[in-house]
Design a protein around this ligand. Structure first.
Ligand code: PLP
Length: 249
């Protein structure tokens, strides 16, 4: 076994720093409900997931199915909740529902249909290979509507804000999906406060129709304070816990 004590200490210190930032941000805005910290482990090895679990982390985020599926098999800890946060092709839906507890990046009706179909198949054949690690897992998949907040509608995925409620309705009408709320990534180069306040506005609209859909998944390493101030319920933090990601090759 490689000596992991140095890495463990590093992750522990980083987690403490991030948790302190969340505490400070909550104190600064008078927030009462602590958001769930999702540690984004993309590009980092399964060993880091084991160490994070030892350090009390239960919510982890991944953005590519190929990588996430392998890690979920290698770290089959029933206590870990896997959040899928990346752009998702419909033909990956079956794989993703084999391990994911939530998908934060639902941005179009065709993806809603694919996820619903995959979840329904899983429910019918819990022990088939497609059912994957079904046992002990919830029978519904939490889905956030990802909203594109960039001015031109380009950028990092997500439904146009004017389409978001339609996607939400489709999720709400699905038997095996639960409408959890909204998600966004602050546009590169933009003001995250402005972006997250628009997201909070959309969230209010959503909640007025679907009171249970109160989740707001927002905030990353660089802007988590602004997300907390805007009422985020889920933060997705990668590099400030795990370190700089290796460049994508
Ligand atoms: C990678 C990623 C994150 C985490 O980003 P950091 O800046 O490393 O904290 C959050 N959300 C999404 C959608 C991501 O792809």
């Amino acid at each position: 076994m490689a000596d992991t004590s140095g890495r463990r200490a590093e992750l522990e210190a980083n987690l403490q720093r991030v948790n302190k930032r969340i505490d400070d941000a909550m104190a600064a805005c008078g927030g009462r409900n602590r958001p769930t910290l999702i540690v984004v482990t993309k590009f980092f090895p399964p060993q880091d997931l084991l160490l994070l679990h030892e350090l009390g982390v239960r919510d982890v985020g991944e953005n590519r199915d190929q990588e996430a599926a392998v890690k979920a098999r290698e770290v089959p800890d029933p206590e870990l909740r896997w959040h899928f946060i990346g752009q998702l092709q419909t033909n990956k839906a079956r794989s993703v529902v084999g391990y994911a507890h939530s998908v934060h990046s639902v941005d179009r009706s065709s993806l809603v249909s694919a996820l619903e179909k995959a979840m329904a198949g899983r429910a019918e054949h819990p022990d088939s290979p497609a059912g994957g690690t079904t046992r002990g897992r919830p029978a519904v998949l939490d889905c956030f509507v990802q909203v594109n907040l960039s001015a031109e509608g380009t950028g990092r995925g997500g439904a146009h804000p004017s389409d978001a409620l339609e996607v939400a309705a489709r999720i709400h009408d699905s038997d095996h999906l639960r409408l959890a709320g909204v998600m966004a990534v602050a546009p590169l180069g933009g003001d995250p406060r402005e972006a997250f306040s628009r997201l909070a506005g959309l969230s209010s609209e959503l909640v007025s129709r679907y009171p249970a859909a109160s989740g707001i998944s927002a905030g990353m390493s660089g802007d988590l304070e602004h997300a907390v101030a805007a009422g985020a319920t889920h933060l997705r933090v990668g590099s400030d816990v795990l370190g700089a990601r290796p460049p994508v090759g």
